[in-house]
Ligand binder design. Structure first.
Ligand SMILES: Nc1ncnc2c1ncn2[C@@H]1O[C@H](COP(=O)(O)OP(=O)(O)OP(=O)(O)O)[C@@H](O)[C@H]1O
Ligand SMILES: [Mg+2]
Length: 323
């Protein structure tokens, strides 16, 4: 196998003859801010047989593929081979109707070293990934590719920033996550200055107390302030805190929309058990009472995301975005 090397100086790469795939990177260097949950929630809502979606799990933890969506997959092999050798991306097909997944996992753990040595080895991971994504999206006709990134791995993060078309930055309302937004905004601006075509669509608050209206408004303003200069703002909607739903979703590998249906089934079973005076079977506990409001937050986020993408693609100015 030979390294697919396309140095910056080599002129237009194969990818530039293809249209930019609509690849949305969800990133924040900080951990636990909702990146994987948001990728899974959006993918589950947007994907359908007539609007196919690709999820790329670029995290060695493999949370979105394994835990959120229940895809065992190749533990990150295909993505690692694509980045390093320019091999075609091989997604796991139809993990839900219209949803394919390029899995993440431990085989991505060696990537930081490989990518850091790229200038010496002649590997061009940005060109490799862009070419692979563009080819796959064109071939499969995905309307959207959602890329989940891991915490901390800044070398891979820079490759993802240079290869994606859009960026969404999740954050909780604590200071450390907001610092992460600021760091990422700076990274994004550096990527753009180096020629990346990525557009920051906005930042989204995750794990918020839905009743803390004043605090949420202040956190939203803080987010927008951090993005000042990028032309983007905080998303109007936020993802509420629902620990019970989060536990059930990950353990059962359900998206928020699927969890709503599972909760309804669970309620119906419980009512039947009460009516027939049968004892509930032991086993896996189900914690969520009603994940509907959480699922609605994801619905609002999906709508706002698609509106912001449409605004960029229709040529609205950066000032109009997010209003
Ligand atoms: N609505 C929610 N309310 C409370 N906790 C949630 C909610 N959604 C998800 N969680 C939990 O919050 C934690 C962090 O979420 P998630 O894994 O999506 O963040 P992340 O940014 O992808 O983390 P990492 O940086 O480790 O990849 C997880 O344990 C997840 O189950
Ligand atoms: Mg994650």
């Amino acid at each position: 196998m030979t390294a697919h090397a396309t140095p910056d100086t080599a002129g237009p790469s194969a990818a530039s003859s293809r249209p930019w795939p609509r690849a949305v990177l969800v990133a924040n260097q900080k951990g636990g801010v909702g990146k994987s949950s948001i990728v899974a929630g959006l993918a589950g809502l947007i994907a359908r047989p007539t609007a196919r979606v690709l999820v790329v799990d670029a995290d060695q933890q493999g949370n979105v593929s394994r835990n959120n969506l229940g895809v065992a997959g190749d533990r990150g092999r295909s993505l690692a081979m694509a980045l390093q050798y320019g091999e075609p991306l091989r997604p796991v097909r139809e993990v839900r109707p219209g949803l394919d997944v390029v899995p993440g996992g431990p085989l991505l753990a060696g990537m930081p070293g490989v990518l850091a040595a790229a200038p010496q080895t002649g590997i061009d991971p940005v060109s490799n990934l862009r070419t692979g994504l563009a080819a796959l999206c064109q071939q499969e006709g995905y309307v959207l590719a959602l890329i989940d990134s891991g915490p901390g791995d800044t070398v891979l993060l820079d490759v993802l920033l240079a290869s994606s078309r859009y960026l969404v930055v999740p954050s909780t309302d604590d200071e450390a996550s907001l610092d992460g937004v600021e760091l990422l905004a700076a990274r994004y601006l550096r990527a753009r200055a180096a020629g990346a075509a990525i557009e920051l669509l906005g930042a989204v608050l995750f794990n918020v107390n839905a009743r803390a209206c004043v605090r949420n408004a202040m956190a939203g303003t803080a987010l927008s302030d951090l993005l000042a200069g990028s032309g983007a703002r905080a998303f109007a909607c936020a993802v509420r805190s629902d620990r019970a739903a989060a536990l059930d979703a990950r353990r059962r590998h359900l998206t928020p929309a699927e969890l709503v249906m599972e909760a309804a089934r669970h309620r119906a079973r419980r009512i039947e058990q009460l009516a027939t005076r049968t004892r509930p079977l032991g086993g896996d506990p189900f914690w969520s009472r009603d994940p509907t409001r959480l699922a609605n937050d994801y619905q609002d986020l999906a709508r706002e995301l698609l509106e912001r993408i449409a605004a960029v693609e229709d040529g609205s100015s950066g000032e109009d975005r997010g209003q």
